[in-house]
Design a protein around this ligand. Sequence first.
Ligand code: ZN
Ligand code: ZN
Length: 154
Amino acid sequence: MALFDKKSPERRIDCPRCFCKTTEEEVEVWGPNITIDRCPECGGVWLDKGELAILLKNKKLSDYLTKEIGTQSKSELVCPKCGGLMDIETAEGIEVDVCLTCNGVWLDFGEMEALERLPKDFRGDELAKAEERWEELSRKERRSVLSGLFRKLR
Ligand SMILES: [Zn+2]
Ligand SMILES: [Zn+2]
């Protein structure tokens, strides 16, 4: 792993936790290398959409964390890339912040390693996901579903 500093400090993203400039780090992977942004203060890393799957070499786990994130924001963080709201997704107690808009991921120090330690056949908590989906659905569509029902009844 080598350290690069290709962009000027102004173009680098700010850490969403401590608001200092992150530094770019090029990571060697199969295929073209990817560049991640690491905060020198807290050690958190920013991963653009798709980079988590490449780094983890586990698309299933990455999908679990970044797909079906809904529209509700439970995170206090603001996306350092696009300024959008972020949500917290959990895998075995590891809380990961995912941007609802650009689907980038913020990992606090040690979370990457913790995710890597999860079993490769990690399935996640389908029940929790289903509950989240229902919550999402009920907020958005309960009204329209109900009004549809009433229309039918009448
Ligand atoms: Zn930081
Ligand atoms: Zn974003």
